[in-house]
Ligand binder design. Structure first.
Ligand SMILES: *Cc1c(COP(=O)(O)O)cnc(C)c1O
Length: 423
């Protein structure tokens, strides 16, 4: 009998049977049939320490012996309190309040509700829509789908079901663009704000790296410009750092490249090192203090059952201690160097007729093809060489675990390049 497990994003008629994973170690996982696959994606970008990290496993074991779960409604516990303090310490200055939830999508739902209610409480009830960017991806729940790219995403299928929001063009200036080169992107953003700011509660963005929507990278100047525009038009700035948080772009947070503090920031994926599902939505004093008041409307009406789960908080604390104690930003800089040398500096690759662009930011690299058909079969081909690659559309990318060795990183880039140059 085929398995009753219903796989995500899978075409049920054409999907091939999913290989069964029985374990892992370092940057690789092992299959039941003895295959060992080097994971170029660190499991949808969350397993930043790789598999079976002894300190993370021990932290979960220890916490399991003390307290696996307790509700956060009316109660608190050590790991939730300690992690919140640590997140306030490491995130951009001014983000002083932490609301927990159980996944990146729900963390974004919390951010959006918080932004709308913030304006309600300030007697600006017309500000109840959101402004998002083309190529955005913010999650798969209904509220999040409504702020994902309306052409690439699932908008047409669910058109009658989703609330209507506003969209600005995706930024086009690259990461290293001069301020002048970002002016057109910011002018496009300003135009939408000028027209619709009366009804916009918040501008949402994946800062510097629009990940699932095509690994679109942009400049820190764009973040600074967006911050100024939000202040000018009384719109909150929400950074979705679910993918970029914890080192992916080369700094602890993408916001750090620009020295910008958003009003609200969402963390998930790397938060627990991928070992348990969890998320944190951080807010500034200004946002938080608007919720301090006497009326029933002042309560923030959200509370996922598993928010602040002790196991998740404890492993997140251990993940952060390893990240800081073992100089992960140094490791990420080294990986970035390898990715640049192996991919961006390879003239044969960048000149290949099927290749539209090759770019790297921190521990993220992508070979963008002109057409998705150019990548058909690349996953199976990579697997024959012991590497797990899973392209998104026409984007062949790697977001490796930060403990990936130089040799392993080279094996991954050899396979990515080899698909175009050595097949
Ligand atoms: C993955 C992702 C999400 C959704 O997180 P889930 O944990 O899958 O719900 C939201 N925003 C960004 C930028 C993401 O990469």
């Amino acid at each position: 009998m085929t398995s009753p497990v219903w796989h995500p994003y899978a075409h049920l008629k054409t999907q091939s049977p999913a290989p069964k994973v029985v374990g892992g170690e370092g940057a690789s996982f092992f299959l039941e049939n003895g295959e060992r696959l080097l994971d170029a994606t660190c499991s949808w970008w969350c397993m930043i320490h790789g598999y079976a990290h002894p300190r993370l496993v021990a932290a979960i074991r220890e916490q399991a012996g003390e307290l696996c779960h307790v509700m956060l409604g009316g109660l608190t516990h050590g790991p939730a309190d300690k992690l919140a303090r640590e997140l306030v310490r490491v995130t951009p200055a001014g983000l002083n309040h932490v609301f927990y939830s159980d996944s990146g999508s729900v963390g974004m739902e919390v951010a959006m509700k918080m932004a709308v209610q913030f304006h309600q409480l300030r007697a600006r009830p017309r500000k109840h829509r959101l402004l998002s960017l083309m190529k955005a991806y913010h999650g798969d729940t209904a509220g999040c789908m409504a702020v994902c790219d309306p052409e690439e995403g699932m908008h047409s299928l669910f058109a009658g079901y989703l609330p209507q929001h506003h969209f600005a063009p995706a930024p086009t200036a690259p990461f290293d663009a001069e301020p002048d080169a970002v002016a057109a992107d910011l002018a496009a953003l300003r135009e939408v704000l000028e027209r619709h700011h009366h009804e916009i509660a918040a501008l949402l963005m994946e800062p510097l790296l629009q990940a699932a929507g095509g690994l679109n990278m942009t400049s820190p100047h764009y973040l600074r410009g967006a911050r100024r525009l939000c202040d000018e038009f009384d719109v909150l700035l929400v950074f979705d750092e679910v993918a970029t948080g914890f080192g992916r772009t080369g700094r602890m947070f993408a916001a750090d490249h620009a020295d910008v503090t958003p009003d609200i920031m969402v963390l998930s994926k790397g938060l627990t090192g991928g070992y348990l599902g969890h998320a944190a939505t951080l807010a500034t004093d200004r946002v938080h203090d608007a919720f301090v008041g006497d009326s029933p409307e002042h309560a923030f009406m959200h509370g996922p059952t598993f928010m602040g789960n002790p196991l998740a908080c404890r492993v997140a604390l251990e993940s952060l201690a390893i990240f800081e104690g073992e100089d992960y930003l140094g490791k990420i800089a080294e990986l970035s160097k390898v990715l640049n040398e192996a991919l961006v500096d390879d003239a044969a690759l960048t000149a290949h007729p099927e290749v539209a662009d090759v770019r790297v930011l921190g521990a993220t690299a992508v070979i963008e093809a002109h057409d998705a058909t150019a990548l058909k079969g690349v996953g199976d081909w990579a697997r024959e060489q012991g590497v797990w690659l899973r392209p998104i559309g026409r984007w062949l990318y790697t977001m490796p675990a930060y403990i990936t060795s130089h040799d392993e990183m080279r094996r991954i880039t050899d396979v990515m390049k080899g698909w175009f140059l050595a097949r």
